[in-house]
Design a binder for this molecule. Structure first.
Ligand code: 5GP
Length: 115
């Protein structure tokens, strides 16, 4: 269950967030501890623990979210410079909030490989 996560609270407006986009399927908001000039989290409203828990029934929603990320990146002025989309999974992936989320990072050159 991810209803107990901080992101569930943001979806339910129990805690504030700087929301940049919302529809029936997803919510996008600024990360509270940005790692780049643009650092936005895009999450499904459905409670899904991580990408590892995505089922075939979620394929349309995840595709929708990826398309929205591209739109948000464009709206943030990142289309020409480029950007990165990351989803962390589990402990070794560095996941700390167990509600599926995609990080949209941009506004500076990002190094590779990640640490
Ligand atoms: P993860 O480490 O799970 O991939 O990413 C979780 C992200 O959520 C982190 O980048 C962290 O800064 C962000 N985060 C944690 N708590 C909050 C919060 O209350 N509000 C917002 N906007 N972001 C949060």
């Amino acid at each position: 269950m991810s209803s107990g996560t901080i992101f569930g609270k943001i979806i339910r407006r129990e805690i504030p967030a700087k929301i940049v986009y919302e529809d029936d399927i997803c919510l996008a908001f600024h990360d509270v501890k940005p790692q780049a000039p643009v650092h936005i989290l895009v999450i499904p409203k459905k409670e899904i623990r991580s990408l590892a828990e995505v089922g075939s029934e979620d394929a349309l929603a995840v595709g929708h979210i990826l398309a929205k990320i591209a739109e948000i990146a464009k709206a943030q002025g990142l289309e020409r410079s480029g950007y990165r989309v990351v989803t962390n999974i589990g402990d070794d992936g560095g996941q700390t909030v167990f509600h599926l989320h995609f990080h949209l990072l941009g506004g500076r050159a990002l190094s590779w490989p990640p640490g």
